[in-house]
Ligand binder design. Sequence first.
Ligand code: NAI
Ligand code: X2X
Ligand code: MG
Ligand code: MG
Length: 348
Amino acid sequence: MATINFGGVNETVITRDEFPLEKAQETLQHEVIAVIGYGVQGPGQSLNLRDNGFKVIVGQRKGGKSWEKAIADGWIEGETLFDIEEACDNATIIQYLLSDAGQIEAWNTVKKHLTAGKTLYFSHGFGITFNEKTGIVPPADVDVILVAPKGSGTSLRRLFLKGEGINSSIAVYQDATGRAKEKAIALGIGVGSGYLFETDFQKEVYSDLTGERGILMGALAGLFEAQYNVLRKNGHSPSEAFNETVEELTQSLMPLVAENGMDWMFANTSVTAQRGALDWKGKFRDATTPVFENLYAEVASGREANRVISEGSKTDYRQKLDVELKEIRESELWQAGAAVRKLRPKLN
Ligand SMILES: NC(=O)C1=CN([C@@H]2O[C@H](COP(=O)(O)OP(=O)(O)OC[C@H]3O[C@@H](n4cnc5c(N)ncnc54)[C@H](O)[C@@H]3O)[C@@H](O)[C@H]2O)C=CC1
Ligand SMILES: CC(=O)[C@](C)(O)C(=O)O
Ligand SMILES: [Mg+2]
Ligand SMILES: [Mg+2]
């Protein structure tokens, strides 16, 4: 473990230098890992584990898109691809990667196969933290751990194939064997994480729900719409409004932030931009702080979890989602975006 100074606060992280892949392979040499669920995280984690040389099988509901995708990715029915029940039976480590609502429904099936000494693995603190709502209460004689990649399963796989890696948080909820933490680290390295930082199940779920509803997805999408609409109302063309709202952010400015921080981005823009942006930063911070406070309170109260569970368990959830996503896709803002993307030189 390395102690790293994060802006004045020391934290321990685990990198591939201290815990190389060979050590992870050795730690898990007697384990059979079943990745349950082949949605977004399932493919990323299982394919990375397979390519990293672990014994891994996939458990997924038969029929349907995810099952077909697993076959297309080279998992073989009866050898490395099973229904959920059989995969759990064959496994010593169960990576529970169904949707958070799906985990509630399949829990009784999975629980039956959690015999003494097995490991139950999550990529989100949801099921355990909100167990009064989810009913997910593992037996006392199994290890319960978490490895939560801080990004989409799609990025987890893409970065792995490029030889890079996303960072993940890890946590131990229950240590029945005395080896829970080393298993969590080994799996974190095995699924292709760049480095691992420690948390607990509750902190993971509170921060994750806040982040995705906030800046990472919800707030960002809302701010895009607000600025785009104001520009359009004031007579700007769709291409101008889109370029000044989204395209320049993703193509020019955020890569600079990613590379070298916010001040570096500011340093590489005009005095005109810097002065104005630095003056307006505080206004946006102050205007949105109450919304973020409200968001965190809704998460911590469990009300966001209630909503995820009730909406996510509806049988027509996917159909309704498709309608909502189609509405976004077909809006003027994102149609303008489609046109702009086609005009990017490298895509031609
Ligand atoms: N999507 C992502 O990139 C990330 C997801 N996570 C966490 O990883 C876990 C898995 O998430 P996703 O990959 O997004 O899941 P997902 O929504 O893609 O669903 C995974 C699979 O669950 C199956 N499923 C759903 N309901 C079911 C049911 N009732 N019975 C049997 N199978 C069912 C579906 O067939 C699907 O293939 C969750 O805990 C999530 O919060 C964590 C980080 C990022
Ligand atoms: C990709 C990720 O980490 C999210 C946004 O938290 C999620 O998909 O739940
Ligand atoms: Mg997340
Ligand atoms: Mg999340």
